[in-house]
Write a protein that binds this ligand. Structure first.
Ligand SMILES: Cc1nc(NNC(=O)[C@H](CC2CCCC2)CN(O)CO)c(F)c(N2CCN3CCOC[C@@H]3C2)n1
Ligand code: NI
Length: 189
């Protein structure tokens, strides 16, 4: 099981590389990688286990963050109001060779800003992303998917896909006016 010691931190060149495309059928190694990345998210979203293993909670995790420069990311976006435990996640899958095939002109940004398991410092500010995207990817079985995502799940997937292109969230924050967002940005909280 991945622990925080396994997470690569900003400064490690692997986080600034373009990750390699993955071949299908998945190797045993890549299947194991997918499983362990999703497992990290599930464990980190369980308050007791998160505390027990001293994890930072996550809703997404990209392969370069565990030192593997391959185009794979696990995404587990729970419903925003998590009082109903067994409500199904807004988006849950391991996205392989993801491609954003279309994106809204309108921006979306998390009201709280963003963080990253690979960035130990807080970097305040809005991270403007596309509010809606059409995402094409393959899952661990090689099945092709084309999904339209908006708001929270769209933000998470864009954060993860950025990692596969060597981009970190703070690259998008306006240096002079960090809490300024483009006209018409949808604020998501
Ligand atoms: C928004 C949020 N970001 C958390 N952490 N950061 C991450 O996930 C980074 C990726 C996210 C940062 C902004 C967009 C994508 C990890 N990244 O570096 C991967 O590239 C959270 F933990 C979190 N939630 C809300 C849901 N809650 C359910 C119950 O368990 C706790 C959990 C906390 N929401
Ligand atoms: Ni991140």
């Amino acid at each position: 099981m991945y622990l925080m010691k396994d997470i690569t931190r900003d400064g490690n060149p692997v986080l600034r590389k373009r990750a390699a495309k993955i071949e299908f059928p998945l190797s045993e190694e890549d299947q194991e990688l997918a499983k362990k990345m999703m497992e990290y998210l599930e464990v980190s979203q369980d308050p007791e286990l998160c505390e027990k293993y001293k994890l930072r909670a996550g809703v997404g995790l990209a392969a370069p963050q565990v030192g593997v420069s391959k185009q794979m990311a696990a995404v587990l976006v729970p419903p925003l109001d998590s009082d109903d435990e067994d409500a199904k996640p807004l988006f849950k899958d391991v996205i392989i060779n993801p491609v954003i095939v279309s994106e809204s002109v309108q921006y979306g940004a998390l009201t709280e800003g963003e963080g990253c398991l690979s960035v130990d410092k807080d970097v305040p500010g809005y991270v403007p992303r596309h509010d809606r995207i059409t995402l094409r990817y393959q899952d661990v079985k090689g099945e092709k998917h084309q999904v339209r995502l908006k708001n929270y799940p769209a933000i998470v997937c864009q954060h993860e896909i950025d990692h596969l292109h060597g981009v970190l969230f703070y690259d998008h924050i306006n240096k002079e006016h960090p809490f300024e967002a483009p006209e018409g940005t949808i604020m998501i909280s």
